[in-house]
Design a protein around this ligand. Structure first.
Ligand SMILES: [Zn+2]
Length: 451
């Protein structure tokens, strides 16, 4: 029997452990996992170097591509090239910052048309919940969105307004009936409104304007409404570790809840952010060192389910607007290409294993959104891989990253873990040949099949 491709690695991540293995691929699917030395035959044989490990491609379910409408901020080509360079073989695109936002079937069709034939990794889409679009949710589910996002505080763009907790509850009723998923940007609008907004160059002042209490209040609303409606719910970009306790309690009560956090909350701390350095602005904000440690603890116990990028670039003009005034600059950090090395660098310093990092960044996000054939190397799963050299190091150079603008909060940082190659459906991702597919939640996507 001859495969299309065979991968031979002294260390391949199979069933949560590194083992010497050969992986045989046919028609984009892993057809055989065998011990190294079996001698599987193929037209293409990829033999990993001694310092490399074979990982499943990462699955990043929180990416703002911003196209169409704000393509000058990012775009499908640049974002998915960055993904591939970072070992991410599947992304799910957020419904906002593009114009139109993905809050109707017509808007979803515009997104798909913009992405078609131009993506280097597989791409799925989230829909959006805004005031007044309840009737669009079921049709969007039927059109294959992976779930919906809403905000409980202003999103930063006028065309994607926040909902009230009550409106979120109404959406959850529909989402529960549709077996879909609601992602919530959980910061409470009122708590932010009454917080001091001094503006200016000091990060500490910005931090006071987005207190952890805003997250804690909004998360309590999400937990209550998810419990009441039975909806599947997901807390986006958890920054306030103070909420871990109520999250764990809700999970114990059986609320169908998952929680993500992001590299910036696990790697950076408020004290290290220089005055006027608005490249570090994001919402919710990066908090203090004790908070970062508590988030790591929640990641390792499973209270936090996954790590995704929240890659959210803009133009340099907006990111640096206000000459260092944190109130005026655009909030968002671009890290799609760096997520795996960022987390790995910090994880190994803390004694967290690479196996666990990959579970957090590939298997769990894939499983939560219904991509059961992605995020792991197994017979029947998609042949999406990252070739990773965990002990190799590099220095981040913002100008050489693949995302559109050379702005990066990690510029100049030395990181461990080099992504040497990425494979999609068994074929090496080529910088000039977009072979990514557009995914639909309502189809059999488990084995990497696409619309
Ligand atoms: Zn986001």
């Amino acid at each position: 029997m001859t495969f299309d491709a065979v991968f031979r690695a002294a260390r391949a991540l199979i069933d949560g452990a590194f083992v010497p293995a050969e992986v045989g691929v046919r028609d984009g699917i892993v057809e055989r996992v065998a011990p190294l030395g079996t001698g599987l035959d193929a037209a293409t044989v990829v033999v990993l170097e001694a310092d490399e490990v074979l990982l499943p491609g990462m699955v990043d379910t929180h990416v703002h591509v911003n196209e169409p409408g704000r393509t000058e901020w990012e775009g499908f080509e640049s974002a998915t090239r960055a993904a591939a360079a970072g070992g991410v073989t599947t992304i799910v695109d957020m419904p906002l910052n593009s114009i139109p936002p993905t809050v109707s079937v017509a808007a979803l069709a515009e997104k798909r048309a913009a992405a078609q034939g131009r993506v280097f990794v597989d791409v799925g889409f989230w829909g959006g919940v805004i005031p007044g679009n309840l009737d669009a949710l079921r049709p969007l589910v039927a059109e294959g969105v992976f779930g919906f996002k809403c905000f409980l505080a202003p999103s930063g763009v006028d065309e994607f307004p926040a909902v009230t907790a009550e409106e979120m509850g109404q959406a959850m009723v529909v989402i529960a009936e549709s077996h879909s998923l609601l992602l919530v940007h959980a910061e409470d609008a009122h708590t932010i409104e009454i917080a001091p907004h001094r503006g200016g160059l000091e990060y500490a002042d910005f931090l006071l304007s987005r207190p952890g209490a805003a997250e804690d209040t909004a998360i309590a609303d999400v937990l209550r409404e998810a419990e009441r409606t039975g909806a599947r719910a997901h807390i986006l970009h958890l920054s306030s570790a103070a909420s871990v306790e109520q999250i764990v309690a809700a999970k114990r009560r059986g609320v169908d809840l998952t929680v993500e956090t992001c590299p910036h909350y696990l790697v950076l701390i408020a004290d290290d952010i220089p005055a006027g350095a608005t490249t570090f602005k994001c919402c919710p904000p990066i908090r203090d060192e004790a908070n970062r440690d508590a988030l790591w603890s929640a990641v390792t116990t499973g209270a936090i389910d996954m790590i995704v990028s929240d890659h959210s670039p803009s133009t340099p003009e907006l990111k640096l607007a206000g000459d260092g005034d944190f109130e005026l600059a655009w909030g968002g950090i671009a890290s799609l290409q760096l997520g795996l090395p960022l987390i790995w660098t910090e994880a190994r310093r803390r004694g967290v294993a690479l196996e666990q990092v990959v579970a957090l960044m590939a298997e769990r996000p894939a499983a939560r959104v219904g991509l059961h054939g992605k995020g792991r190397i197994a017979e029947g799963a998609a042949a999406d891989f990252a070739v990773f050299a965990p002990d190799a190091t590099f220095t981040v150079d913002a100008g050489s990253l693949e995302h559109r603008h050379p702005i990066c909060a990690y510029d100049g940082r030395e990181l461990a873990g080099v992504v040497r190659a990425a494979y999609l459906a068994g074929e090496r991702i080529d910088r000039d040949a977009p072979r990514g597919r557009l995914l639909r939640r309502d189809r059999e996507v488990g084995a990497g099949r696409a619309a």
